[in-house]
Design a protein around this ligand. Structure first.
Ligand code: SAH
Length: 221
């Protein structure tokens, strides 16, 4: 993709993107840094060309392998919640998917580690992040149940797939004072914020959400 395609035109132009940012503001997103990164990130490069004209609608869209790119409002909300206690140094993302959430988080944190269980999705996401010249991200093909222990502990963890129960591996890899934001549940899911104080993990249940399930094992094609 060349610079012109990155910049977008018509339904992918800056003007169309700005309308999405206006909508996010109306829905209650207040963190200006988050809004600025979302305004400057080309979401249309994270989805198939056939769907690119819908890239700046506030909806999730299919990305293949039965997965979806998250809804912009949810990406903004989760990022805002993760950053709410101040800047983050070492962050783990579970469920890279298209790499869109990765691209929003990378400029806002010092170091980002992202794991995905489906190899073809991970490979495409890596290319897009490289193309956007975001150099503080490392990727791994892995089942997020185990986190990414070697690079931890993390002062922020974010997951884009919903486990029925929060994996112990992720709780263990939080720093003291760390924050984790993820959807939890089966048919009915809620966004949950976990904060760690010493050996206490406090859970706060936020709004209802609808994510793909947090699955086990890796998939090579
Ligand atoms: N934020 C991403 C969301 C992608 S959907 C985006 O906007 O594109 C969630 C992703 O989580 C899917 O790609 C799915 O394959 C992945 N996933 C589900 N269970 C996982 C697990 N146990 N480990 C790693 N990734 C997982």
């Amino acid at each position: 993709m060349n610079d012109q395609q990155l910049a977008g035109i018509g339904m992918t132009s800056q003007r169309t993107r700005n309308r999405l940012i206006q909508r996010l503001r109306e829905r209650g997103i207040e963190n200006q840094q988050v809004l600025d990164v979302m305004a400057s990130t080309p979401r249309h490069i994270f989805i198939d060309e056939a769907l690119a004209h819908r890239a700046y609608e506030d909806t999730s869209l299919p990305i293949g392998n039965g997965q979806t790119i998250s809804q912009p409002y949810i990406v903004a909300k989760m990022t805002e919640l993760l950053l709410a206690a101040g800047p983050l140094n070492n962050v783990l993302e579970v469920g890279t998917g298209s790499g869109y959430q990765t691209a929003i988080l990378a400029p806002l944190v010092k170091r980002l580690y992202s794991v995905e269980r489906i190899e073809p999705l991970l490979n495409k996401a890596k290319q897009r992040i490289r193309q956007l010249r975001l150099n503080n991200v490392s990727f791994k093909l892995s089942d997020g149940h185990w986190g990414w222990e070697q690079s931890g502990p993390y002062d922020g963890i974010i997951a884009a797939a919903a486990p029925e129960k929060i994996p112990q591996g992720l709780l263990d890899q939080m720093t003291e004072g760390g924050r984790m934001i993820l959807p939890v549940g089966g048919e009915n899911q809620s966004l949950v914020l976990v904060t760690r104080n010493g050996d206490q993990w406090q859970r706060t249940v936020l709004e209802e959400v609808n994510f793909v399930p947090f699955l086990t094992g890796i998939k090579k094609s």
